[in-house]
Design a binder for this molecule. Structure first.
Ligand code: FVH
Length: 307
């Protein structure tokens, strides 16, 4: 006879807002003993019928289990919730969105209190959590030992991707992807604004936009290769001089349609700045060369990235 009984790791979750509740439900459904606490008690109590133990306060919740997951609004709410609570021997996984600096500072704060710490960045909305095939995943960084110990539990709500022992790197990956997303949102918003009032339905433009953005997706890998090699001229198919010249068409069209260029102009300006700095050197480049201007003097620069 084989023993098929597998003990599911118990854990504590602080924060049962929209995301915390979605996470909690997946752990409960998977059979993990779960203790929850939320500042507004009713939101935690709502999980009791599904099997959650509801703690009266954050200290009781933290004391209940070694693995303590945080899903609070922001870094300040972590300080507020955990103020004065004994964290000795705890394994803290912080799913609260924050900056890389907050992740590093919070890791040092936790370690000073005798805890291991992993920071995280959730690449999903609550409805994607625990939904197979939704594409949901979570970046983790910090203590590799903690991550390895708890990986099975962390994989329950969404795929887990460990991105290094620097506790700031999960947030950095999270923010990098979100920043690219907002750039894409900005371009799409500008496109819809251009056609508004012209008798072209947004729904007619939508498939064309999706198809075009998919075709232009090569930029992601192309930019990575050029930034690594610092080769901005090899194999260029659309050179900077041509793109700067045609950017005037984009701006004049926006003006003609009565649309503010504010969402696309910064990128067009950056291309022009790169070209005007040294037309002979940069005219034949890909637009990726313009990205070297983003790290401005006076801003903290990352060592090892040449200009
Ligand atoms: N929801 C989403 O789409 C995104 C997806 C990507 C990741 N984010 C981040 O997840 C964190 C939690 O987000 P959420 O969606 O659960 O947010 P809320 O529903 O607003 O819940 C916030 C919880 O934080 C508690 N809280 C706020 N301030 C404090 C405090 N000072 N002390 C203790 N707890 C605090 C709040 O409690 P209450 O208002 O119910 O009493 C909620 O439990 C977040 O970092 C997102 O950026 C979600």
């Amino acid at each position: 006879m084989t023993d098929t009984h597998v003990t599911k790791r118990p854990l504590t979750l602080l924060g049962t807002g929209d995301m915390g509740t979605a996470l909690a439900r997946t752990w409960l459904a998977a059979g993990h003993p779960l203790t929850v606490w939320n500042r507004t008690a009713a939101k935690a109590a709502a999980l009791a019928p599904e099997g959650a133990a509801v703690a009266a306060g954050p200290a009781e919740a933290v004391a209940a289990h070694t693995l303590v997951v945080l899903c609070l609004l922001d870094d300040a709410s972590i300080g507020a919730a955990l103020e004065g609570i004994d964290l000795t021997g705890k394994d803290i996984v912080n799913l609260t969105t924050g900056t890389p600096a907050e992740g590093r500072t919070r890791a040092a704060w936790a370690e000073e209190r005798g805890a291991r710490f992993v920071d995280a960045g959730i690449m999903a909305t609550p409805d994607m959590i625990g939904a197979p095939g939704s594409g949901a995943y979570v970046f983790y960084s910090g203590s590799r030992a903690l991550f390895d110990t708890h990986r099975a539990a962390l994989e329950v709500p969404a795929v887990a991707r460990f991105v290094g022992e620097d506790p700031g790197h999960a947030a950095l990956h999270d923010v990098a992807l979100l920043s690219a997303m907002y750039g894409m949102f900005a371009g799409v918003s500008h496109a819809y604004a251009l056609i508004e009032g012209e008798g072209i339905a947004p729904g007619d433009l939508a498939p064309l936009l999706s198809e075009w953005l998919g075709a232009m997706g090569f930029f992601v890998g192309n930019a990575a290769e050029r930034l690594s090699s610092r080769d901005f001229t090899g194999g260029v198919v659309s050179n900077l001089a041509m793109q700067v010249a045609s950017s005037g068409t984009l701006l004049r069209t926006a003006a003609g349609q009565g649309v503010s260029p504010e969402l696309i102009k910064p990128y067009l300006d950056l291309m022009r700045e790169r070209l005007e700095a040294d037309p002979a050197a940069h005219a034949g480049e890909d637009t990726v060369g313009a990205l070297t201007l983003l790290r401005r003097q006076g801003l903290p620069a990352k060592a090892g990235l040449p200009g």
